[in-house]
Ligand binder design. Structure first.
Ligand SMILES: Cc1cc2nc3c(=O)[nH]c(=O)nc-3n(C[C@H](O)[C@H](O)[C@H](O)COP(=O)(O)OP(=O)(O)OC[C@H]3O[C@@H](n4cnc5c(N)ncnc54)[C@H](O)[C@@H]3O)c2cc1C
Length: 400
């Protein structure tokens, strides 16, 4: 089991909302409060989601409304250049940007090519920038999820599918080799277990090619899965044997309900831990393992969990690792957990925000997930809502 408390000297705290919201004017803070108080109400989110989807289907002019509310809170813009302001604002607080082209649900070859071309642009943008420490992509942005699933199941492929898979590998190779050429680190996001096996295989092939001198390609480890901690350890051993460095983004995992449902429907063993506590323990053990082998592993903690962030900071201190060691990063999503991002950055750690961007209707599924995540659960207000509320109170400007 991970140590229950990393040390009794926690080197960073997250309560200071004056640091978290320093860059927000009173007016902006009030607007953020208004938005989070709406999202805090499950009924408003359910109804809102229904009407937004309907209005977009009927071509009603609601994009502007979405833009000035939820889109502005959680996205950088519709294009890379529209994200420039967010990149600069975060940069002023020593927080990096990870441009995340968040278009979902595309499923044809020309969309995959277009997405790969867009990701290439994010790599090129990162290359010339001190404030963009990583790039990122999802394999399902450049490949059909059905095809990946078939390959993972080892089903025979048709000639057309074989050809499509060759193209997937070419797109992946192009992205990673360009990232390598331009010295830009690149995350491969983790997805559902029924395609993650093939995503892992492809990512390790890229690591073996491009992580010789530095961790350029990072795989993502979802610690909510029973097997991930062991998989991480064995990936480390393989990397050592084959002479490359391991890059790892550590997350808990985003598809818990979907995974459970599918396991139940198809009567196989649920790959997700039975409890949050078991996930938390594995997450912190993964931090231990990576920091103890930091000579050969570079990590990014993709988490909004305060304890894990403190745990990592304390463990770094215990092992004598510098706060700004370039092999260790913390990352949160734009518009969420600013108390963690800004306080970590102020304390001297390396921090970045995922900054999603893309056309408003295409990023809508992402926005809906953020809204659902910020509703009150069992009568308990969302954390973000409470944080903004407490900053309004601290500034003495009331709630609305
Ligand atoms: C920068 C960044 C990058 C990310 N990249 C990815 C990615 O590539 N792939 C991906 O899947 N996710 C990704 N995520 C999302 C992440 O996996 C989590 O869903 C999200 O961050 C919430 O977890 P947490 O660590 O922030 O904190 P917490 O709020 O402490 O944990 C919530 C998480 O704990 C787990 N959990 C909750 N209840 C249970 C339970 N009963 N049993 C078992 N486990 C439980 C779930 O994973 C849940 O999401 C990313 C998140 C960030 C911030």
């Amino acid at each position: 089991m991970a140590e229950s408390s990393p040390t009794n000297q926690i080197p960073v705290f997250f309560e200071d909302t004056s640091v978290a919201f320093a860059s927000k004017s009173d007016a902006k803070l009030r607007k953020t409060y208004w938005l989070f108080s709406l999202m805090n109400q499950a009924r408003v989110v359910n109804l809102g989601t229904f009407f937004i989807k309907l209005a977009l289907k009927l071509n009603l002019p609601i994009k502007n409304l979405i833009r000035v509310t939820i889109f502005e809170q959680f996205c950088g813009g519709e294009t890379i250049s529209e994200c420039n302001q967010t990149i600069a604002e975060l940069g002023n607080s020593r927080i990096g940007t990870i441009l995340d082209y968040s278009v979902e649900g595309e499923d044809d070859e020309s969309s995959f090519d277009a997405t790969a071309a867009e990701i290439l642009k994010t790599i090129e943008k990162a290359a010339g920038s001190k404030t963009i420490p990583f790039s990122v992509f999802k394999v399902t942005g450049i490949a059909s999820a059905d095809l990946l699933e078939k390959i993972q199941r080892k089903d025979p492929l048709t000639d057309q599918e074989e050809a499509a898979y060759v193209k997937v590998q070419q797109r992946l190779q192009n992205l990673c080799s360009r990232a390598h050429e331009m010295n830009v680190r690149i995350f491969v996001d983790a997805e559902e277990s029924w395609i993650q096996g093939i995503i892992d295989d492809l990512t390790y092939q890229m690591m073996q090619k491009f992580n010789r001198e530095k961790a350029i390609v990072y795989n993502t480890y979802q610690l909510y899965r029973h097997e991930t901690l062991e998989a991480l350890k064995s990936a480390y051993l393989t990397a050592r044997q084959k002479g490359y460095l391991l890059g790892g983004k550590l997350v808990r995992g985003a598809y818990m309900e979907k995974e459970r449902l599918r396991a139940r429907e198809n009567e196989y063993f649920n790959p997700i831990h039975a409890s949050k506590q078991a996930t938390d323990e594995d997450y912190n053990l993964a931090i231990d393992f990576c920091l103890e082998h930091i000579e050969y592993i570079a990590i990014c903690l993709g988490t909004h969990n305060e304890y894990s962030s403190q745990y990592c900071a304390a463990k770094m201190k215990k092992l004598g690792i510098e706060k700004n060691d370039n092999r260790i990063w913390f990352a949160q999503l734009l518009g969420m957990s600013d108390n963690i991002s800004f306080n970590l950055s102020k304390a001297g750690y390396n921090v970045a925000k995922y900054v999603p961007y893309g056309p408003i209707d295409a990023v809508l599924p992402y926005l809906i997930r953020r809204a659902e995540e910020n509703t009150s659960i069992a009568g308990q207000s969302s954390r973000e809502y409470l944080l903004v509320k407490s900053e309004l109170k601290r500034r003495g400007i009331g709630s609305l």
